[in-house]
Design a binder for this molecule. Structure first.
Ligand code: NAD
Length: 299
């Protein structure tokens, strides 16, 4: 069976790496946080002392990092240090699953191609629950051959695998999706709170809207109102899940993308403002469904 390196073992990367192990890959891991590596070691992963050490001699490298600068530095090196593309074996396939700007993804793809290496951007949708269940949606950008070669690793971690287009296209599709998600989360939150303010039970209101024309993913899978749904961040003091800081990053990326093509995205711009404000009030590390609290009647 193939060998893989997995670098970035956070809320998403940790469970994704576990699914690679379950699918039979021999997995070498690295993260800056030792506890994150220990959790994976307990599940059968081999722990490396550096990212380059993890990536040396494997068939496929998978990365799941916060933002574009982390991805560029890791693959291309920085401050005289080698990057992954300097140390991996000939023919190693490189898959970055982080959500980053399309330009960074294209830069890394070009740098990899200059060394005869194939790289795809493969950001994901489905949240931490999808990462744990192995049901993520992968939204890939890159050349057809690399996309085909990535199938065994991607199907081990996800159930819907899309090829959006050439290098960077996966990132463009992903930020379109996350811009829409933020709008849905804000809209769902304000609608639920208005119902509560009028004396409605949020569980009943959610059941009604789920099967009515306001139905959407946040009501089906990720209700922002505490107590309505079990096993979602809102029922766990908004811990785990998808951090507000990361949503702010994605909404910044979507607004940059809109500027680049003169696209009109007023709802995305407003959602970014609301999330920036929420983060600045000290909620940056909480789950993004905590935006619900902005609508609470505190009077
Ligand atoms: P996280 O902050 O929980 O995890 C990031 C991990 O990367 C951390 O463990 C950190 O220590 C590690 N890291 C950072 N720089 C590193 C380096 N140079 N070498 C090794 N490890 C390094 O974030 P997350 O929620 O897992 O999200 C990761 C990416 O996935 C982000 O781009 C995010 O936008 C995207 N994403 C997240 C979700 C979600 O629901 N959490 C859903 C879809 C996409």
């Amino acid at each position: 069976m193939a060998t893989a390196a997995f670098i970035g073992l956070g809320n998403m990367g940790g469970p994704m790496a576990v699914n690679l192990i379950k699918a039979g890959f021999t997995v070498k891991v690295f993260d800056l946080v030792p506890e994150a590596m220990q959790t994976l070691a307990d599940q059968g992963a081999l722990v490396a002392s550096t990212a380059c050490g993890a990536a040396s001699g494997v068939d496929v490298v998978v990365t799941m990092l916060p933002a574009g600068k982390h991805v560029r530095q890791l693959y291309m090196g920085a401050n005289g240090q080698q990057g992954l593309i300097d140390v991996v074996a000939e023919g190693t396939l490189l898959i970055d699953c982080s959500t980053i700007d399309a330009q960074s993804a294209r830069q890394v793809a070009d740098a990899a191609a200059a060394k005869q290496l194939e790289f795809i951007d493969a950001p994901v949708s489905g949240g931490t629950a999808g990462a744990a269940a192995g049901t993520l949606t992968f939204i890939c950008g890159g050349h057809e051959r690399a996309f085909e070669r990535a199938q065994p690793a991607l199907t081990a971690m996800g159930s819907n695998i899309f090829h959006a287009g050439g290098p960077g296209a996966g990132q463009v599709a992903k930020i379109c999706n996350n811009m829409l998600l933020s709008v849905l989360m804000v809209g769902t939150s304000e609608a639920l709170q208005m119902g509560i303010d009028h004396g409605l039970d949020p569980s009943v209101l959610s059941d009604i809207m789920k099967v009515s024309s306001g139905g959407n993913w946040t009501l089906d899978k990720y209700n922002p109102c505490p107590g309505v749904m079990e096993s979602v961040p809102s029922s766990n003091d908004y811990q785990g899940g998808f951090m507000v800081d990361l949503m702010v990053k994605d909404l910044g990326l979507s607004q940059e993308a809109a500027l680049a093509t003169n696209s009109s995205t007023p709802m995305g711009a407003l959602a970014r403002s609301l999330y920036v404000n929420h983060g600045r009030q000290g909620h940056g590390r909480r789950d993004f469904s905590s935006i619900f609290e902005q609508f609470k009647n505190k009077g």
